[in-house]
Design a protein around this ligand. Structure first.
Ligand code: NDP
Ligand code: X2W
Length: 347
């Protein structure tokens, strides 16, 4: 989707959860984006104020702003001074703070799962809590950006990381009507450890991580992928011993008679003019997308079986870069500002 509501002024922004992995990536993208100014960065209420570069020393001398503890009292401090708040928070924290920021007239771009599922009844089963603001689920627009087909409102819900990899891989075939009606895509995806966030946990500690599957049939990204594709899926996430990146392998069955040319055309038409999706002729590697805003996609076909492999950086195209892409579009800026070409407009 192209720009919405073009504005010429710099967009004043705040990041909540800036001490965490995806919030930190957002701070870096915002600081690099000439159309946005990073005005406030927050961590949890329990943390002492600390410079961003002390939390992430590689940014010393480049991004030294203070990360402040967040309390709701901050809303009055930023009212009228911030145009957009990015929430890189636990799901329930996002659900609680989003309506308060919206009441202060601030656009909310939420990286959590708080507003992704359109059926609030799915939250207890897949998120472990009952949704307190089902009315906001209806207000939120889900920002899988390459497939966005409506204007972005005040509340933007950024897709999950595994979900982005699987949905970008399979939507071209689904939307072109090439899959058998009863086909259940089988998606296996491996994530780097940063997918679990910065907080310490035994299961993600250095000596514990090898390669294992988890979340069989009950991972919260399963209903989100199903919502995007409009069909049931089998989704199995894996944790791998690398820092960042997701590799997703999706297996589907084509309708009888569908040709290689039709499959090729479906992918090419879907991603023509979409600068953050790269169609490859060799199998993608997480090493080639780590640190980039791209999703790389490759497919192979044998008769009626298609294997689609997709790779992205869970913290970028799977989180912060997709949030930046959405905010650029929301505020009428070039979609890839801050992401490609140092924010230069490619139009
Ligand atoms: N990691 C990933 O690959 C992806 C993550 N996401 C989503 O983004 C969100 C953040 O994930 P991630 O960056 O991994 O998480 P982290 O655990 O790395 O960071 C979470 C941040 O939220 C802050 N925080 C926690 N609770 C509160 C609260 N009640 N009020 C204010 N701040 C709070 C933490 O503060 P403090 O540091 O002080 O504890 C920290 O800065 C999650 O919803 C996650 O599902 C989405 C896509 C990919
Ligand atoms: C490796 C790992 O633990 N990954 C996380 C998913 C990443 C994430 O934070 O989920 P969202 O994209 O929904 O925000 C998990 O499986 O819960």
């Amino acid at each position: 989707m192209s720009s919405q509501s073009a504005t010429s002024s710099v967009i004043r922004s705040a990041v909540l959860g800036a001490a965490g992995y995806s919030g930190a990536e957002l701070c870096v993208l915002l600081a690099r984006n000439p159309h946005f100014a990073l005005c406030h960065a927050y961590a949890s209420a329990g943390r002492q104020p600390e410079s961003f570069s002390s939390l992430y020393p590689r940014h010393k001398g480049q991004l030294d702003l203070l990360v402040q503890p967040w309390t709701d009292a901050e809303i009055e401090n930023i009212r009228g001074k911030v145009d957009v708040a990015f929430l890189a928070l636990p799901h329930e924290a996002s659900e609680e703070v989003a309506p308060k920021l919206m009441a202060a007239g601030i656009v909310v771009v939420d990286l959590s799962g708080a507003f992704r599922l359109k059926d609030p009844d799915l939250y207890p089963k897949y998120y472990g809590y009952a949704h307190q603001h089902p009315e906001l689920i209806n207000e939120a627009v889900y920002s899988l950006m390459e497939w966005l087909d409506q204007p972005l409102p005040q509340l933007i819900s950024v897709p999950g990381c595994y979900v982005t990899a699987a949905s970008l891989a399979l939507l071209p075939l689904v939307k072109a009507g090439l899959l058998t009606d009863d086909n259940i895509p089988v998606i296996s995806a491996t994530s780097g450890v940063s997918g679990a966030g910065r907080k310490a946990a035994l299961s993600t500690s250095f000596c514990e991580v090898g390669l294992n599957a988890y979340g069989f049939f009950k991972h919260r990204h399963r209903p989100e992928i199903e919502q995007n594709l409009g069909r049931k899926v089998v989704f199995t996430p894996h944790l791998g011993n690398f820092k960042r990146g997701i590799l997703a392998t999706s297996v589907v069955t084509l309708k009888a008679g569908v040709t290689v040319e039709q499959v090729k055309a479906a992918f090419e038409q879907a991603y023509h003019g979409k600068p953050l999706v790269r169609l490859l002729t060799t199998s993608p590697n997480v090493a080639d997308v780590a640190g980039t805003p791209y999703c790389d996609i490759f497919w192979q076909i044998d008769g009626e079986q298609v294997v689609v492999v997709s790779a992205l950086d869970n913290l970028l195209k799977g989180a912060a870069a997709q949030a930046m892409q959405a905010a650029n579009v929301k505020f009428g800026k070039p979609e890839t500002a801050g992401l490609l070409g140092g924010g230069v407009c490619h139009e």
